[in-house]
Design a protein around this ligand. Structure first.
Ligand SMILES: [Zn+2]
Length: 333
């Protein structure tokens, strides 16, 4: 049994309270490997942004949960080495699907867990969330729950259709489950293909897809029901077209990849939305950089020569998100 406080990590409670007051959102970046973690910490240290490091079930399978936890512990020390005096780093389980998994993460030093019971019937979602909350709160670990269903594919989380969160359910759900934050569905979606072409219009000049707007009316209703309660947006990558273009130019094939426009996320950040999950964009930055190096230098076989530029590209991406989209820079001096 390890408590996150001994690892120098923080939970989300104070982060979220400050973010709602200040009208910004905390970045929640997924990590699966060393380069990604280095890039996240470097970007956050340079901008003094609080950050949530997320571990998904896919990441646990790929990199091993034990190793990821030690990497997060190392990240706190790395942040200090980079001159970030008081790093505010949360280690969060993304899409936990059972009580046992959430418990094992709490016992193992995570400072926050998500229990995703969104695919269960309403009462079962409450019961499962409540069980996790009762366990986690004994150790001051914060719990994110989900109500409503996001479409798209992310690691093991797959849903064909989205169902918006019903505002009339949120008070009952939050009160009875005791969750600390709530992930809602208002039209964001997992993955790099967030919207089908038939859901979009097409820009006549560029030929690119223009996605449908998020349901800000649903968000506003939820905020009215739960004033000051932390709201979370999953599936909030923007799928930068410059990365898609580089990937497609250098041998990739990602037609009609489309995400959530950044101006909509900027708008959401100013509301009760205080955690925005971004994963696909960093995958795209990484892949674009790797494809470019390998295409331009076919003789290259040292992974550092293509993972290095990929890491640099991710640092740029994370800093852009922090400063230009979420507004979390300077919030963790
Ligand atoms: Zn998610």
């Amino acid at each position: 049994m390890v408590n996150y406080k001994d690892l120098g990590l923080v939970n989300t409670r104070e982060m979220f309270a400050k973010a709602i007051d200040g009208g910004y959102a905390i970045p929640a970046f997924n990590f699966n490997n060393m380069e990604q973690l280095q890039a996240i910490i470097k970007a956050c240290a340079e901008t003094k942004s609080p950050v949530i490091l997320q571990v998904s079930s896919g990441a646990r399978k790929y990199a091993n949960q034990t190793l990821l936890r030690y990497m997060a512990e190392g990240a706190v020390e790395y942040a200090k080495e980079l001159g970030w005096e008081h790093p505010q780093i949360c280690l969060h389980l993304d899409h936990g699907d059972t009580f046992e998994l959430c418990k094992s993460c709490v016992d193992f030093g995570f400072s926050s867990v998500m229990i995703d019971g969104s695919s269960l019937p309403y009462e079962e979602n409450i019961a499962l969330t409540k069980k996790v909350v009762e366990y986690a709160h004994q150790f001051d670990v914060t719990v994110e729950a989900e109500l409503g269903v996001l479409a798209g594919v992310e690691d093991d989380v797959v849903a064909e259709e989205s169902h918006y969160t019903k505002p009339e359910e949120v008070i009952d759900f939050a009160t009875r489950s005791g969750c600390d934050s709530l992930a809602i569905s208002i039209g964001t979606s997992h993955g790099a293909y967030k919207f089908k072409p038939e859901q979009c219009t097409r820009d006549p000049q560029t030929g690119r897809l223009v996605p449908p707007p998020l349901a800000f009316d649903v968000l506003a209703e939820i905020e009215k029901k739960l004033p000051g309660f932390p709201i979370v947006l999953h599936g909030s990558s923007s799928v930068p077209q410059e990365y898609v273009d580089i990937i497609n130019t250098y041998g990739g094939n990602m037609p009609d990849a489309v995400g959530v426009p950044e101006e909509q996320l900027r708008k959401a950040s100013k509301s009760a939305v205080c955690k925005i999950n971004i994963d696909s964009d960093s995958r795209l930055a990484f892949t674009a950089a790797v494809r470019k190096v390998l295409a331009e230098k076919p003789g290259e076989f040292d992974p550092r020569k293509y993972c290095g530029p990929a890491r640099d590209e991710m640092v740029k991406l994370y800093k852009h998100k922090i400063i230009e989209v979420l507004g979390s820079d300077g919030k963790a001096e």
